[in-house]
Design a protein around this ligand. Sequence first.
Ligand SMILES: Nc1ncnc2c1ncn2[C@@H]1O[C@H](COP(=O)(O)OP(=O)(O)OP(=O)(O)O)[C@@H](O)[C@H]1O
Ligand SMILES: [Mg+2]
Length: 312
Amino acid sequence: MNVLEIKNLTKKFGDFIAVDNMSLTVAEGEIFGFLGANGAGKSTTINMIAGLLRSNDGTISILGKNNAKQSRFAKMNIGMVPQDIAIYEDMTAYENVKFFAGLYGLRGAELNERVVEALEFVGLQDKHKSYPKSFSGGMKRRLNIACAIAHRPKLIIMDEPTVGIDPQSRNYILTSVRKLNEMGCTIIYTSHYMEEVEEICSKIAIIDHGKIIAEGTKEQLKSIITNTKDVWIEVKTTEKVNLAAIQDINGVEAVSVDENFIKINSDTGVNNLNKILEHFMNSHIEIRSLQEKAPNLETVFLTLTGRNLRDQ
Ligand SMILES: Nc1ncnc2c1ncn2[C@@H]1O[C@H](COP(=O)(O)OP(=O)(O)OP(=O)(O)O)[C@@H](O)[C@H]1O
Ligand SMILES: [Mg+2]
């Protein structure tokens, strides 16, 4: 079952095309990451999915039902945590969650139970009578998440939920994302922290200029760009290392020395580790450690878009 299906979605602001004929499918159970630089079109896409912004063209379906035709069904099944915190400062934490959950039609005892449940979920149960103005940035974020999940949506969309918050709240949020996922929620997660996306997302779409330019698991994304890997060999002393001899080994693309490390870039299609190690053995060079460095998502992103993820 696909929780979300986007087909040929386009959004223009005047002449500017912010989302350009985008198509995307998110299957049930995924934690789906949106990666893109500033202005790539992530929030615009997300806002259209959540029904906060109209598209110029294309369709969006939630759980097989067209959003435009069944907007109430879509709203009931989506929990949206917006990029800019949206809570009322003059209402307590409890009242905030109650207000948002009430918008989804929850009433009476059920409403109360869900509000308590959501506040517990984000660890704010002890703060239910407090006003957000006394909260840290991270606590406000967590309250914002509680507001989005109290109606138990199938799809939760989080637009940069960990920007500018303390590490403890960040860990709390990442743990909540995993827990929500284990409880059966599908999640769309936008972040410009590569490590976060690598850590929690089961699938990732790289968005650039309103288009998806690559999509898949992190392993699939990495394999798009790389046919070489790095092997780092740490030695007691580099004196006896013959770089030219290593360079001559079949498959070795480049070799360099960095302090006590011999860094070898090698073709992934050639199994030459034996040959490389032989060189060290034959020259009686003491090896202290050996590690293989896989490329990270940052490299994938940079290679595909030609830019860093953030310009700050
Ligand atoms: N209401 C608007 N009017 C005009 N242009 C807009 C509007 N909203 C967004 N844009 C433009 O559309 C593009 C995409 O913006 P969007 O907010 O979707 O990017 P984003 O990927 O979420 O970026 P960020 O990482 O900075 O949040 C940007 O160039 C932005 O300036
Ligand atoms: Mg955004």
